[in-house]
Design a protein around this ligand. Structure first.
Ligand code: PGA
Ligand code: ZN
Length: 421
């Protein structure tokens, strides 16, 4: 039986409020908290905020915590702990809106995650096994966002994320070490060049650079400087978050302006020059035609991940498969707002031959749920920011624990995770 359901307004890594949920049943207690994005997609489930300007600049979440403690608790407390799918359906029906705007996706997801943790506790299983079964033993390749720009930093760089991807290392632990060593080498290179090592929202450095090529060159230099081979040990992944600099058919950054064809040519020219393994949101969420062109031109050589354009919604992923655009989907649980729905999106993607990357948000908490979820779903890729800052490494450190616990059964996804079928 569910004995208690409570919610608290806590702070995220940017110092803005977010929702933490506590759920108790059968003497077990589970806690979960919800992250918050900044460069959000237009079609995301609604994160409910109070809008009361006298508190946290209107960003309070007391409405969402009250949804949990009043309506949702009213439906759950005193009853048997429902199976996950039953709970999520109940929450979606109780909310009654297409985008979870009445109770708030932040309220619903918090309860959904807490319930999954509670089931794991009741079963006496680790979360990844409770969700993924005995077969859940694939450790994802970490994608470390080491240079931040766009909405996540106030440097002149319009492109949001430049990631290093140690896919060629033999284990998750070794990949994490390679990522951290390269991150520190990058800091040394920036300092030598009189560039700032202050960091952006995801823990990556945010130096005063303007051109994406400068960022790419810095990454290659750091990888080599740390003693790794670019394109063999460590690859590069990009998330320009192109919706952020798209207007009326044109992409404008670093004083340049080009259409989707121009962007595609630019990416193509880089593929021969830099060890790029993945490009996320290389074009904008409204530019489906551009995405089709980009996929036709580069989809066989590189992973093309949809974030803002799919918002973790299985219906949009299905549409993309029919339209032959993109070949991978970013999985952000709070974009869709419940655990059952993010699992469904992953399954649709995997069955249709799309790859999946599990993802944090730029505003995070110490909650490490997505680490277990990545292993449970066997997605083979995760991005959780730089290999630094508490809320980022919480996820990576949990993956270290899982790898250790699985022992000889653990498999590291490696570069194959980024290749299509
Ligand atoms: P967000 O950015 O969490 O600020 O939306 C992350 C991303 O674009 O992948
Ligand atoms: Zn993105």
């Amino acid at each position: 039986k569910v004995d208690r359901l409570a919610a608290l307004e806590i702070l995220d890594s940017r110092g803005f409020p977010t929702v933490e949920v506590v759920m108790e049943a059968g003497g077990k207690v589970a806690r979960a908290s919800v992250p918050s994005g900044k460069s959000t997609g237009k079609f995301e489930a609604l994160e409910r905020r109070d809008g009361d300007k006298s508190r946290f600049q209107g960003k309070g979440v007391l409405g969402a915590t009250h949804s949990v403690e009043d309506e949702i608790a009213g439906a759950l407390v005193g009853k048997d702990l429902p199976p996950q799918a039953v709970l999520d359906k109940l929450l979606i029906d109780l909310d009654g809106t297409p985008n979870k705007s009445r109770l708030g996706a932040n309220a619903i997801l918090g309860v959904s995650m807490a319930c999954a943790r509670l089931w794991a506790a009741v079963e006496g299983q680790p979360l990844y096994r409770s969700l993924g079964g005995e077969e859940a033993n694939l450790l994802p390749v970490p994608c470390f966002n080491v240079l931040n720009g766009g909405a996540h930093a106030d440097n002149p760089l319009d492109w949001q994320e430049f990631m290093i991807v140690p896919a060629g290392l033999p284990s998750f632990a070794e990949a994490l070490r390679a990522g951290a060593e390269t991150y520190h080498k990058l800091a040394a290179i920036l300092k030598e060049g009189d560039l700032s090592i202050s960091v952006g929202d995801e823990g990556g450095f945010a130096p005063d650079i303007t051109y994406p090529e400068e960022a790419l060159d810095l990454l290659v230099e750091a990888i080599q400087g740390a003693g790794y081979k670019p394109g063999k040990d460590i690859f590069i992944a990009l998330d320009p978050a192109a919706s952020g600099f798209y207007k009326k058919g044109n992409y404008t950054f670093a004083e340049e302006s080009m259409d989707a064809r121009g962007m595609t040519s630019l990416y193509k020219s880089w593929l021969g020059k830099y060890p790029i393994i993945s490009i996320e949101d290389g074009l904008a969420e409204d530019d489906w035609d551009g995405w089709v062109h980009l996929t036709r031109e580069t989809g066989a050589q590189v992973q093309l991940v949809g974030d803002d354009i799919f918002v973790s919604d299985q219906a949009r992923v299905r549409q993309a498969m029919t339209a032959d655009m993109a070949n991978a989907v970013l999985l952000k649980p709070n974009q869709i707002g419940s655990l059952s729905e993010i699992i469904a999106t992953a399954r649709v993607a995997q069955h249709g031959g799309f790859r999946c990357m599990m993802s944090h948000r730029s505003g995070e908490t110490q909650d490490d749920f997505i680490a277990d979820l990545a292993v449970a779903l066997g997605v083979g890729q995760i991005k959780s920011g730089a290999p630094a800052r508490g809320e980022r490494v919480a996820k990576y450190n949990q993956l270290l624990r899982i790898e250790r616990e699985l022992g000889a059964k653990a498999r590291f996804a490696g570069p194959a995770a980024f290749r299509g079928k």
